[in-house]
Design a protein around this ligand. Sequence first.
Ligand code: PEP
Ligand code: MN
Length: 262
Amino acid sequence: NANRRFHPLDTVIDVRGRKLGGDRLQVIAGPCSVETEEQTIKTAIAVKEAGATMLRGGAFKPRTSPYAFQGLGKEGIEILKKARAETGLPIVTEIMDVSDIDLFDDVDVIQVGARNSQNFTLLKALGRLKKPILLKRGLSGTLQELLMSAEYIMSEGNDQVILCERGIRTFETATRNVLDLAAVPLLKQKTHLPITVDPSHATGIASLIEPCALGAIAVGAHALEIEVHIDPEHAWSDGAQSLTPAAFSKTMDKIRAMAEFC
Ligand code: PEP
Ligand code: MN
């Protein structure tokens, strides 16, 4: 199980040779949504050049409005695989529905988003896979609930779970969510699982990504997940919280100055 008491050593998850959970930081970067092959591959090449170690991109998008872009679905996953072939970066992408699970056979890390953080049927199905699962904290989820969701995956046999702090809803509306940095060291006391922080979804504001990423490193995060878009102003989703490749590259310089890397 996820409890540190029964498992004092940190879990280190190998993703195509990248070690998530050790003392080296991993940076997962890429667009909110896979939009086109060109956009995804250009972004993948740019984040790789800047030093990212994994590529993110949503093919199935959990949008607030059903009239907003819902993602390319299966085609989006095919594009991510091409981006991986082009760059060598492992791919991280979100699953929304158990019935799509076979489409994720060749995905390196399956993400469970905040909205599905307590979809127990989905979590149990992912627990029967032999594949790393990046589990995000629920929109108003407590840390205990996050840990119990990890248990749903692990109790079915899959112990490759990565936890993600991505901000929680509070009375504050100045940022999209409130980044709970204390969650990182507290989770590290309670669990041996790797912890990642997503400053993009936590803040909703591109200019806050770098300071919050550095804060996440300071409190001991094992990985960061950052949205990067070649043209944030025209992004099909989450442009306001996406860095340009140039800004991401500068942020990576600061990250490298602070963290042991890769
Ligand atoms: C995402 O990472 O694409 C996403 C939708 O994030 P969250 O589930 O944290 O809102
Ligand atoms: Mn997003």
